[in-house]
Ligand binder design. Structure first.
Ligand code: GLA
Ligand code: ZN
Length: 667
């Protein structure tokens, strides 16, 4: 790799060969150097059980290689062929309601089906054997956006086997699931059914009578899909040592990406933010994906150049936004910037999805011009950012178990959503220009000054002890309401809330109130009031200093934010769902001893992110997410890598709307 890879998903098997030539010419014009090929080609490469036919894929791969492009080659198993579903109906899924699905859509394969597993690994093996030796193939793309769930009889069997492995004895399982409640004791493994609308669930996937079994099914399903990935990867490995990945979906709820991460050679993800006002959401997802592989660079595998198609309303990316968001990915650690898709499908559900090349095949479109301009800029940057790392001193903990446990809990409030709470804390850090690693609860925390653990509902292993160590040596831990509630089996700790976090936070939670989302209890912090919502824990200090108090209701005057001196550091506790301004106030206090806020912390919408190159060069990415210009004073002396301009400390830096600069500091 000599520069950031640039290109995207390309499906020429959908259109006639005479168009391919036109595509090649346009790719050259936009400096497209990388193509993801074959994502949905299983039915093409294996037209029936006993026949493989690589004629078309040979042409596609051969052509891309001959044009000098790098290839991210997919195994094609993102959708299974119709003949497979017809001949072996067990490969399609049974849904949460118990409906057995037939052939249709994609991502609809049962992860426990032996025939699906065998045939998908086999097609992966044939592809790796055939194209692995081609030097143009630089990476492997297994499946596509793994997700969903299956509740069929094969999955029920798989679940039982997974449970035997995890618990060993039924005794241990009964204890873990607390089956003495409602007399649910199991006396035979065969009695265990997947938790669904037909069994333990009473409203939807989050409403279960038994959290233990539902939590384990979520873990099992994540592992079952991972097993499919691992089998395809092993098949590839027999013929190729090129790195293998699969495209993740940021903070996708149903797969525990931390359990997947060790099996990927590098991480990659598809950036489709909920709307166009979510720069912090995207930054959080980038940081999470980078954290999956210990901070090593990842690939932005997909983003739309202009519009999506699957939403009810699909707004255009405004001029400059494609560029801004691409550089944001690089700022957070991407070594590849790829689009979905290179040329638009002519039919089916994605025919109106944005593409680098539209149906008319023109290069004189706004989108094409923006893509080509970005291609030229990436070429100018060359290898300057490759392999660079984020020097974060702040870690934010993200934990799928806590998320699941919190969201399948009956009480105290169905309105608390894990991702929303995490995002609020991340947003406060992002606004303050802090470089953040988003990591698993098992990560090494010794390299951080501050660890933020929002809504850490489930506390596993030695985490409490490791957080105490961090504080003891002078670090700070910030945690919140609904943290430290349950153990790995979702059983309450038989002690005061926040359980093992009690000594560090110096508080005990006596009881908790939950109110409708429109009810606000103001929290007074440093003389100003900030709204608290949803859950209000009634805190009794046990050594902690009271920093903020509730202003309403029978607990008015009671602690809502506390700070506990612990060793040379501190443990902070925020007892309610503060809005982002309130959280920002708390975070700025918590960060203050370490001087970690960015140079433009008080300029709204101007993002700042740092990467350190393998040669030790410090790159500061500045990204104006505002649709208006912004001018600030340069915080370093260096060179703007995008224009070559020399910049002196204190020079005015004028950003147009959505403007970007990459300052390489002179050392
Ligand atoms: C996902 C898929 C692609 C495509 C895009 C459309 O990311 O991986 O195949 O469907 O969505 O946005
Ligand atoms: Zn199944």
């Amino acid at each position: 790799m000599t520069k950031v890879l640039f290109g995207g998903d390309y499906n020429p098997e959908q259109w006639p060969e005479k168009v391919w030539q036109e595509d090649d010419r346009l790719f050259d014009a936009a400096r497209i150097d990388t193509l993801t090929l074959g994502v949905f080609t299983w039915a093409l490469t294996q037209p029936s059980m006993d026949v493989y036919d690589f004629t078309t894929l040979d042409q596609i791969v051969g052509r891309a290689a001959a044009q000098g492009r790098s290839i991210c080659l997919a195994t094609g198993t993102g959708a299974h062929p119709a003949w497979l579903a017809r001949g072996h109906p067990e490969v399609t899924r049974t849904d949460f309601e118990g409906r057995k699905h037939r052939y249709g859509q994609r991502h609809n394969s049962c992860p426990s089906s032996p025939i699906f597993r065998r045939l998908s690994a086999e097609v992966a093996e044939r592809i790796a054997e055939r194209y692995g030796p081609d030097p143009a193939v630089v990476a492997w793309h297994v499946g596509n956006e793994y997700g969903g769930a299956c509740y069929c009889a094969l999955c029920a069997d798989g679940f039982r086997a997974w449970l035997r492995e995890r618990y060993g004895t039924l005794e241990a399982l009964n204890t873990a699931w607390y089956t003495a409640f409602w007399g649910h004791r199991f006396s035979d493994w065969a009695e265990i059914e997947p938790p669904s609308a037909l069994t333990e669930h009473w409203r939807g996937p989050d409403h279960t009578a038994f959290q233990g079994i539902t939590l384990d099914y979520l873990r099992f399903m994540s592992d079952a899909m991972l097993a499919c990935f691992v089998e395809e990867k092993a098949a590839i490995r027999r013929h190729s040592d090129k790195p293998v990945t699969t495209n993740f979906m940021g903070m996708y709820r149903l797969l525990d990406y931390h359990r997947w991460a060790p099996h990927l050679d590098f991480a990659s993800w598809d950036n489709y933010p909920p709307d166009d006002r979510s720069p912090a959401w995207m930054a959080l997802a980038h940081d999470l994906v980078r954290g999956l592989k210990d901070g090593r660079p990842f690939w932005l595998m997909e983003q739309t150049p202009s519009v999506t198609a699957s939403r009810d309303v699909n707004p255009l990316k405004r001029p400059g936004v494609l560029r801004l968001w691409s550089w944001q990915a690089v700022a957070h650690g991407a070594d590849a910037v790829l689009f979905f898709q290179m040329r638009a499908s002519r039919g089916a559900c994605e025919k109106y999805h944005g593409a680098v090349i539209g149906h008319a095949g023109r290069s004189d479109t706004r989108v094409f011009r923006e893509v080509a301009a970005l291609g030229a800029e990436l070429e100018r940057l060359g290898g300057a950012s490759l392999g660079a790392r984020t020097p974060a001193r702040v870690a934010l903990l993200f934990d799928w178990d806590s998320r699941w446990a919190l969201e399948i809990s009956d009480g105290p409030s169905r309105h608390v959503r894990y991702q929303q709470v995490v995002l609020t804390y991340y947003q406060a850090l992002w606004d303050a220009g802090v470089d953040v690693d988003v990591v698993a609860v098992t990560a090494d925390l010794s390299r951080y000054d501050v660890v933020v653990a929002p809504a850490l509902h489930m506390l596993k292993g030695d985490l409490a002890a490791r957080l105490e160590q961090l504080a003891a040596r002078g670090g700070s831990v910030v945690t919140t309401f609904l943290s430290g509630r349950v153990d790995e089996h979702d059983q309450a700790f038989l002690m005061d809330v926040p359980g093992p976090l009690g000594p560090l936070t110096g508080v005990r939670v006596d009881e908790w109130d939950a109110r409708e989302p429109e009810v606000v209890n103001p929290v007074r912090l440093g003389g100003a009031d900030f709204p608290g919502r949803l859950v209000f824990e009634l805190v009794i200090p046990a050594g902690a200093e009271v920093v903020g108090t509730y202003q309403a209701d029978f607990y008015a005057g009671g602690p809502a934010v506390t700070k506990n001196a612990f060793g040379a550091g501190w443990g902070w506790y925020v007892a309610t769902d503060l809005d982002v301004e309130g959280v920002a106030w708390v975070m700025r206090q918590a960060l203050a001893p370490y001087g970690l806020t960015g140079p433009y912390a008080d300029v709204p919408g101007l993002e700042s992110a740092v990467r350190i190159t393998p040669a030790g060069k410090r790159l500061r990415f500045l990204l104006n997410h505002n649709d208006t210009p912004v001018t600030v004073l340069a915080c370093v002396t260096g060179i703007d890598l995008l224009t070559g301009a020399h910049i002196e400390l204190g020079d005015p830096l004028a950003f147009p709307a959505y403007g970007v600069m990459i300052l390489s500091e002179y050392s």
